[in-house]
Design a protein around this ligand. Structure first.
Ligand code: NAD
Ligand code: DAU
Length: 378
């Protein structure tokens, strides 16, 4: 079936994996990647697919309602996968307004533009879908009731053999009450509410998914894993917030993209699905795994970079533990993560070490200058 799908934020980390998957897997679909190319957007993430005939890139700001109306009509969009957002918690603490503008007003503009366009069609909402990508951070933070970890109550084929435990009995469910703490998660929570409101009020066919921490290639090096890999390579300090006791639930980004594909096609309207790999790690433990892997791949002696660990002032309002229960998705749509964590982290470290030019272009700011020149006459 021919479809015209708008993917927002496709030049970012997760978005680039989703765009690549859809462009390669669905040659009959026209994939329109809409991205503002903020500091986090990088078209080098999509070099391998940029010339494909079923792919179009459009530079635009989701908060610009007229522009959203024009683009949705121009490409006759019937499906939207919305990933564009400001995504870094530390930036949201310094500059909450940018987060409200993009994540809240931007999502609202996109919803409104889609509503106006779809409602004016003879078939209205039939065959249409607005899929909003959200985060587990909207649920707040869980207690760390088992500091040393307990056996995980879940089994997935991909959960790590060595590290298959949970740091508490409680998990985020689709029914868990929202309780965001950072300006980032507050803005994501607000956008989730708007998406559900457009379903409940206007009957728009919407879906929301809440995913745990992603890792893998093309992640902007302000986030823990790529930042630390790059710092180890340059023998720079590794800033561990607080005591390094916070727990995150890590999922390989290609598994998230697979889940998005499945849910976009087979998920039920108005539903929420949690996405996660039952793969909890304390920051300090995952940092030690990264150090070990980078040192091994660089040919350094074991323990060479451990002295780079530097404990620094904690992040304000730092959530203690996130842990997703993704059994609904497993049960209803048959999704589960495909990768053992050891394999995922090995592939990830290797990718960053093999793609130093990609990293150096970001850290030098070269990629941003390139876009400013390329788009300055438009
Ligand atoms: P990212 O920061 O790497 O990418 C965001 C992209 O959005 C960039 O390409 C940026 O240029 C674009 N963008 C920002 N503001 C825009 C605007 N006003 N108009 C158009 N484009 C704009 O983010 P990511 O980590 O890939 O996250 C993507 C989505 O997934 C976000 O909605 C995020 O909340 C959600 N999410 C992320 C994670 C994670 O671990 N990274 C986990 C769960 C959910
Ligand atoms: O849970 C999903 C969320 O995961 C997404 O919604 C966000 O977009 C994404 O950025 C991520 O948020 P986190 O705040 O968990 O990710 P980050 O990589 O910034 O930090 C991971 C953990 O590591 C967190 O507990 C803070 C800590 N940290 C982070 C950095 C950058 C450090 O100790 N030192 C650091 O320098």
């Amino acid at each position: 079936m021919k479809r015209n799908i708008l993917i927002t934020g496709g030049a970012g980390f997760i978005g680039s994996h989703v765009v690549r998957l859809f462009v390669n897997k669905y040659p009959d679909y026209h994939i329109v990647n809409l991205d503002k190319l903020t500091y986090a957007g990088n078209l080098a993430n999509l070099k391998d697919i940029e010339d494909k005939p079923n792919y179009t890139f459009v530079r635009a700001d989701i908060a610009d309602l007229d522009e959203m109306r024009r683009i949705i009509a121009r490409y006759n969009i019937d499906g939207i996968i919305h990933l564009a957002a400001e995504s870094h918690v530390d930036r949201s603490i310094k500059d909450p307004f940018t987060f409200a503008r993009t994540n809240v007003m931007g999502t609202l503009a996109l919803l409104q533009a889609a509503k106006e366009y779809w409602e004016a069609l003879p078939e209205k909402y039939e065959g249409k879908r607005f899929y909003h990508i959200s985060t587990d951070e909207v649920y707040g933070a869980l207690e760390l009731t088992a500091p040393e970890g307990i056996e995980s109550p879940f089994t997935t084929t991909a959960s790590s053999a060595e590290h298959h435990h949970a740091y508490g009995e409680e998990f985020f469910l689709e029914t868990t009450k929202y309780n965001p703490h950072s300006p980032y998660s507050a803005s994501k929570a607000s956008s989730d509410h708007f998406v559900r409101a457009y379903h409940d009020t206007y009957g728009m066919p919407t879906i929301v998914t809440n995913c745990s921490n992603n890792y893998g290639p093309y992640q902007f090096p302000e986030k823990l894993i790529p930042l630390f890999i790059n710092n180890i390579r340059h023998r720079k300090p590794l800033p561990v917030y607080g005591k390094g006791e916070n727990v995150r639930d890590w999922l390989f980004v290609e598994d998230h993209a697979r889940a998005i594909d499945l849910i976009f096609h087979e998920g039920k309207n108005a539903e929420t699905y949690n996405i996660g790999g039952f793969n909890e790690w304390k920051n300090i433990d995952i940092i030690k795994v990264i150090i070990k892997t980078v040192d091994r791949l660089l040919g350094n002696p074991e323990g060479h970079s451990i002295d780079l660990i530097t404990y620094v002032t904690d992040r304000a309002g730092h959530d203690l533990r996130y842990a997703i229960d993704s059994r609904k998705l497993q049960r209803e749509l048959g999704w589960e993560p495909s990768l053992q964590f050891e394999e995922g982290i090995e592939r990830t470290v290797r990718w960053y070490l093999d793609n130093q030019e990609w990293m150096d272009n970001i850290t030098s700011g070269e990629y941003e200058k390139y876009y400013d020149d390329m788009y300055s006459n438009r």
